[in-house]
Design a binder for this molecule. Sequence first.
Ligand SMILES: Cc1cc2nc3c(=O)[nH]c(=O)nc-3n(C[C@H](O)[C@H](O)[C@H](O)COP(=O)(O)OP(=O)(O)OC[C@H]3O[C@@H](n4cnc5c(N)ncnc54)[C@H](O)[C@@H]3O)c2cc1C
Length: 520
Amino acid sequence: MEDRISRIIIVGGGSAGWLTAGVIAAEHCIEAQAQKPLELVLIESPDVPTIGVGEGTWPSMRATLQRVGLSETDFVRECDASFKQGTFFRDWHTGNGETYCHPFTVPVGYAETNLAPHWLALADAPQFADAVTPQTALFADCLAPKQITTPEYAFVVNYAYHLDAGKFAELLRRHCTEQLGVKHVKANVTQVNADESGDIQSVTTDSAGAVAGDLFIDCTGTNSLLLGEHFEIPFQSRQAYLFNDTALAAQVPYAEEDQAIQSCTHATAQTAGWIWDIGLPTRRGIGHVYSSAHISDDEAAAQLTAYIKATAGAQAAASVAPRKIAFAPGHRQKFWHRNCVAIGMSSGFIEPLEASALVMIELAAGMIADQMPPTRNVMDVVAKRYNQKFLRHWDQIIEFLKLHYVLSSREDSAYWQDNRAITSIPDKLSEQLSLWRYRSPWHPDAEAVDDLFPTASYQYILYGMGFRTMPPTTRSHQLAQRAATELFRKNTARAEQLQQALPSNRELLKKVNEFGFQTL
Ligand SMILES: Cc1cc2nc3c(=O)[nH]c(=O)nc-3n(C[C@H](O)[C@H](O)[C@H](O)COP(=O)(O)OP(=O)(O)OC[C@H]3O[C@@H](n4cnc5c(N)ncnc54)[C@H](O)[C@@H]3O)c2cc1C
């Protein structure tokens, strides 16, 4: 095969570059495993820093780490990682201190029974998530999703991670270069060189000469050096739907060494954005993401300081120096063009709500590894499918994130009012909301097997935010009544059982450091 793809060049060494390298190399570059191993080179600038945030993942990260070949014990120990079981929202609905949860476990019996209409009919119902999943009972006590005897990557309740992004990239770098045969070049790419067809032939670097390849993966962060700058693929702003464009990120020490580590990301709404609070074993990652059109940097910083003061004390609030990160919410019009595909911030970024960026990197790297075009000839076919799939994913991210804002009844600022303006709501979301007034979301609302957000996630946000669906009058609903009552009962019993059986996050992490998880 004359035009065989045999050499892949990744430019960029942040989470996107190293995760992509790991997933592709584990599949294609190990000589003993792949019949015709590919060569993979990662070029990373010694001067341009990584973005250094991105501390919340999805449960999909467990399968990705396993695929890359990392042990969970090593990962937890080396990335200052902890266990994340979902998100805990405060002040999103009215701003009066109310809370709700979006856990990673689907409602009990979800495959056969839609509990939402039955919950809506209950008098004195507990909160929706509490009624349908035992997982939220673990949030309050900062409990872990598994025991030390649970094997690596297996779970008692579904979970993801909180991690230190810098340590994560470093662990992946070591693993990729020492175990997976990835070649690491530390140099600045200064020029992109095309052949006569228009494909990229090589990139010129300042200290390692020209590096040639067959497929180029652009992981250069917001620079988007290859896809954006070289190929001039236009950037599509999505700020008309989701306004946040600035973040202040801080690292906050625990007041006491043995303080409880939260089991979920805390997301507390503010007057023009929201504050994330992520518990790692050695510190908390706390940041304020907001719309610069609706609040000044000084006011946003004051809200962040007030939050840190209230939750970590005056000393911590006085000692932190938040870092400002500006970003443009949106994505490239396409992601794979000719022999170049952009992954991570170079392809786009909306905002950190629901932590959807790292999972997009996992999905992108996974699709490339699974559908690696063997020749240049078929690359355009794969690229076309890739672009269609990822455009759909971006639309789904925008619709799902916007759901969190449109359901708010906060009146305390123009930000929340603007978020409810009909012109700021994607048409599809408006349609769905009108339908869900009469029928709860469930399996019929899934579009494809690889939808980014399961329909259960829509239920958690809708009913957590006080949305009401009219009670159904169908025969099948009446018939399911008894099964639903039994599922609610089982859920309460399971929650009590798990609260007794599971250790705290802090206890489990201590044991992982001491003994490690069982390997299978
Ligand atoms: C405020 C904020 C909070 C976030 N929180 C989350 C979260 O909780 N969960 C989540 O999933 N995601 C989150 N994200 C997104 C997440 O941080 C990124 O998706 C992730 O870190 C990947 O970044 P990256 O590797 O694409 O870019 P970067 O980290 O910016 O890496 C770019 C790389 O390209 C290299 N480079 C640039 N120019 C050149 C050149 N000329 N030559 C050679 N190399 C070059 C740089 O040296 C660097 O190695 C957040 C983002 C922001 C802004």
